[in-house]
Design a protein around this ligand. Structure first.
Ligand code: F6P
Length: 195
């Protein structure tokens, strides 16, 4: 069986400021995570010559992958974070205060709610289809460095979790979810590398 390792990028400057979306760099703590992740990947995939590292096209995932050496890196736009449209760059408090109807609508149906000029979780799930097809086709391990909403959807696919749960699945920063696809089904391990 070959593993798929799922992880969010290291903490970003927008994570620190509590802002959604954006394309900021990683924070100092995010950089520490990137190094720990590189260490982990190097050990875990030592003899796996055909393994590859997949990121989104956003800085924070590319920077998180940068200390990893010895494996090819592929950028996928389909791995970019959910597009928050007009709310991109805002904090949840700002959305609640300035666009209360949007805030309530999302709270009511987070799966189907589409940000004005942005995406819903259902949109994200749909655009991930080619990534999932390619992941299924791979015979070698893959490390996917992506974002909270996207990883919720990817994880739910492999762990066979129902659609309605997807927007609420916990995918913390600085942790790795390892998925093993074997003949007996899917097994899962989690590694928390730092807080
Ligand atoms: O806060 C980090 C982040 O990745 C945002 O960029 C994104 O909008 C959000 O998480 C997705 O999580 P939720 O769907 O719970 O708002």
């Amino acid at each position: 069986p070959r593993p798929i390792l799922l992880t969010r990028h290291g903490e970003s400057k927008d994570n620190v400021r509590g802002r959604i979306g954006g394309d900021t760099a990683v924070s100092d703590r995010g950089e520490v995570y990137a190094k720990k992740l590189a260490n982990f990947v190097e050990k875990r995939l030592k003899s796996e010559r055909a393994a590859s590292i997949w990121t989104s096209t956003l800085q924070r995932t590319i920077l998180t992958a940068s200390p990893i050496v010895g494996f090819p890196k592929i950028q996928w736009r389909a791995l970019d974070e959910i597009n928050a449209g007009v709310c991109d760059g805002m904090s949840y408090e700002e959305i609640k205060k300035n666009m209360p109807e949007e805030y309530e609508a999302r709270k009511k149906d987070k799966l189907r709610y589409r940000y004005p000029r942005g995406e819903s979780y259902l949109d994200v799930i749909q655009r991930l289809e080619p990534v999932i097809i390619e992941l299924e086709r791979q015979r070698a391990p893959v490390v996917v460095i992506s974002h909270q909403a996207v990883l919720r959807a990817l994880y739910a696919y492999f762990a066979d979790r129902p659609l309605r749960e997807i927007p609420h699945i916990e995918v913390p920063l600085h942790a790795i979810i390892e998925i093993q696809m074997g003949v007996t089904g899917v097994q899962e391990k989690r590694y928390k590398l730092m807080d």
